[in-house]
Design a protein around this ligand. Structure first.
Ligand code: NAD
Length: 498
């Protein structure tokens, strides 16, 4: 049995807590590894190593820090096939989709190669008589990241690339469902020339998270996962005086206007709704056609496309999507589908009986399409996080806009239309963080920032892009005057520029 420990002070180490969790291959349903769950003492060894290494790393000039990422990007590309295979084997997504997961993280590493420029401060010469003023951005010190199962390469890199480029040491607590890729990512950082202690992986569950949240030497916490945990982590981290930003769940709507190209919209919905088995925080889970005619035509186009989706293990290169991550997820999704039927939604494509031949113990879920879903139903309110799309029919554009406006989540949203005015009005008015106009999954690229609104995100600075440089640094502002500029005597009133 493959035993996975932690990555501390530059090397893989065995766990010592005596607590372990099973890691599964979701396609076969078999246990593929035993993962050690860290104790507080094990976290402390990582913090000690980080404390010892961080000052020297912060003092390393930013061009040298950038060069580690230049080598790292080369290594990620060289190891792409190996990493994708490892990722798919624990997550279940197709190998091509795993490559997308890795590449989206790699792009953040490319972005931080610009760190010498990104981290530059501001300078004002002659802010007063003989006075110069400048600001610099200094690392927070030790940062921690707690990541979800669904993007085990991309989301760790969203966090550790900017944190480390800014001069911090970083402790990653990845999802216990698919820890092998995060471990390899840390190992490859060492190969790229990162000093030991700067990137460490502490595997674990809620108790490792609690230890991070109260640790006095960890200055900043970044979290991505489900909303209840995101809210808890934000509250606890800030209560302990830490800087925090935490990102939660989603229910992403796609509005289809009567003038939209319906073939384009249907294809977009299939990819965005069922890709990665619907286990993406930017997946479209609600389609909102405007007007009965649009709705009937859209559903008619969707049904055969959904019925034709090919489900398979990651080893099948022709599969559109694979199993969901755990048996518990599979059961939860199937339970919610039953609930939707009970609540009166029309299940026009019913994938509940799906069995994957040869993989009967795998965590597969057949594709489902609900029509006539209403906002009071659980399947509308909750994030299903599976291959299930709900159609909520809207009478007018205003009714359609009202749905994502009122929903508790506000991660992503899309509108499909040929009308520039409608699209512009929608983007301006909808209270959601990421908007797609004829783009179903509007995930910002690495040099922009990623984040939702409402209960999809807590805190104010987003992931990657310019926000990440602010999140992982503190601003220090220096006002300097040399003796020649100093006037005689003491000043007792508030100094102002006259
Ligand atoms: P999760 O909340 O179960 O787990 C996320 C992390 O929190 C894991 O590292 C886990 O070990 C830890 N954790 C779990 N329970 C905890 C507890 N009680 N106390 C402290 N820590 C705990 O999420 P998941 O199932 O791994 O991921 C899926 C969720 O993540 C979905 O809701 C999805 O929408 C969301 N997500 C959001 C974004 C975003 O950017 N907004 C991106 C990806 C995923």
């Amino acid at each position: 049995m493959n035993e996975i420990g932690h990555f501390i002070d530059g090397a893989r180490v065995a766990g010592t807590s005596g607590r372990q969790a099973d890691v599964f291959n979701p396609a076969t349903g078999q246990v593929s590894a035993r993962l050690s769950l860290a104790s507080e003492a094990e976290l402390q060894t990582a913090v000690d190593a980080a404390k010892a290494a961080q000052p020297k790393w912060a003092a390393t000039n930013p061009q040298r820090r950038a060069r580690v990422f230049i080598r790292y990007v080369e290594l990620l590309n060289a190891h792409m096939d190996e990493l994708a295979e490892l990722l798919s084997a624990e997550h279940g997504k197709t190998v091509e989709d795993s490559k997308g997961d890795i590449i989206r993280g790699l792009e953040v590493c490319e972005f931080v190669i610009g760190i010498p420029h990104l981290i530059k401060g501001e300078f004002t010469e002659g802010a007063g008589p003989g006075i110069d003023m400048y600001s610099m951005r200094q690392p927070v010190g030790i940062g921690a990241g707690i990541t979800p199962f669904n993007f085990p390469a991309m989301i760790p890199m969203w966090m550790f690339a900017p944190a480390i480029a800014c001069g911090n040491a970083f402790i990653l607590k990845p999802s216990e469902r698919d820890p092998s890729v995060p471990m390899r990512l840390a190992e490859l950082m060492m190969e790229a020339g990162l000093p030991k202690g700067i990137l460490q992986v502490v595997n674990g569950d809620a108790s490792a998270v609690e230890a991070i949240l109260k640790h006095p030497d960890i200055g900043a916490v970044s979290f991505v996962g489900s909303t209840p945990i995101a809210a808890h982590v934000y509250a606890e981290a800030t209560r302990h005086g830490k800087r925090a930003h935490t990102f939660g769940g989603a229910k992403n709507h796609m509005i289809i206007m009567p003038d939209a190209d319906l073939d384009q919209a249907a294809n977009a919905l299939i990819g965005a709704g069922y890709g990665s088995a619907g286990e993406r925080c930017m997946a479209i889970s609600v389609a909102v056609p405007v007007g009965e005619k649009t709705a009937d035509a859209l559903v008619e186009k969707l049904i055969p496309k959904i019925e034709a989706l090919k489900i398979g293990p990651y080893t099948d290169s022709a599969a559109d999507y694979g199993p969901v991550v755990t048996k518990a997820s599979q059961q939860k999704i199937l339970g919610l589908i039953d609930k939707g039927v009970e609540e009166g939604a029309k299940l026009v494509v019913d994938g509940r009986g799906f069995k994957m031949q040869g993989y009967e113990d795998g965590f597969f879920v057949g594709s489902c399409l609900f029509d006539h879903v209403t906002p009071d139903m659980d399947i509308y309110k909750q994030e299903i996080f599976g291959p299930v799309l709900s159609v909520v029919r809207a009478k007018t554009y205003e009714d359609a806009l009202d749905l994502p406006t009122r929903h508790e989540y506000g991660n992503g949203v899309a509108i499909f239309t040929r009308d520039g005015d409608a699209a512009r009005d929608f983007a301006a008015r909808v209270p959601v963080g990421m908007i797609g106009i004829n783009v179903p999954i509007p995930t910002p690229l690495a040099y922009h920032s990623f984040g939702g609104w409402k209960r999809s995100s807590f805190g104010d600075l987003n992931q990657h892009g310019p926000d990440s440089i602010k999140f992982w640094t503190r601003t220090k502002t220096v006002t300097s005057r040399w003796p020649s500029g100093i006037k005689e005597g003491a000043e007792f009133s508030m100094p102002v520029m006259r």
